[in-house]
Design a protein around this ligand. Structure first.
Ligand code: SF4
Ligand code: SF4
Length: 191
């Protein structure tokens, strides 16, 4: 999260290899979409609504004093060379970041453009990340507000509202002699 005229520092964190090795960070430019889409606990800011400190045309109105969550945040577009300018979140209509120790990818959709991730070139790439045959990403999830979908190469499974649950168990199970994708929230599962 940055002001339009200041590049963010790069945040070191493990990344799925398929997103590309981290490079020099791209500057956020006119994008401020994370200031709308993300929950910021320090500000009691819920997901999907503009932060009260966001100033249209200027960016963060408290940049020097923004909370650590804002200082540390870098969406995948800023560091993943695979994601070209078409993927800048304000242009794409969603942001991407790794979750669950970077084994999962989360696509956070702008609630005012909930289907933007289904357009090309995004949809094909998101499907590629979801394919266990060619990726190390264990789960690709799409978040639209509190609603969560899990992406598989052949379908998506809508888990409904997360209500604070973050863990997801998914994969394939045999049903009627055929392998079928399944997904469910795993919070509360036995270890
Ligand atoms: S969504 Fe990404 S590119 Fe946009 S302001 Fe936030 S960190 Fe920068
Ligand atoms: S404090 Fe600034 S950087 Fe953080 S969400 Fe609000 S406007 Fe964005």
């Amino acid at each position: 999260m940055t002001s339009p005229d200041l590049p963010n520092p790069q945040v070191g964190r493990p990344l799925p290899a398929e997103a590309g090795a981290p490079t020099a960070p791209k500057a956020c430019g006119q994008c401020s979409l994370c200031c709308k889409l993300l929950e910021i606990a320090e500000l009691e800011k819920p997901m999907g609504v503009w932060c009260r400190h966001f100033v249209k045309g200027r960016g963060c109105g408290v940049y020097a004093d923004r909370p650590p969550a804002c200082q540390d945040y870098q969406c995948a577009w800023t560091w993943a060379p695979l994601l070209d300018d078409r993927w800048r979140p304000d242009r794409a209509g969603f942001l991407i970041h790794p979750v669950q120790a970077a084994s999962e990818l989360e696509i956070v959709a702008d609630p005012s453009r909930p289907a933007a991730w289904r357009r090309e070139p995004y949809y094909s790439q998101i499907k590629t990340w979801s394919d266990p045959a060619n990726t190390s990403v264990s789960v690709v999830r799409v978040r639209i507000g509190d609603r969560v979908l899990v992406v598989f190469p052949e379908t998506e499974i809508d888990l409904g509202l997360s209500n604070g649950r973050t863990g997801i168990r998914c994969g394939y199970e045999r049903k009627g002699g055929k392998l079928q994708p399944y997904a469910r929230f795993s919070d509360g599962d036995e270890a």
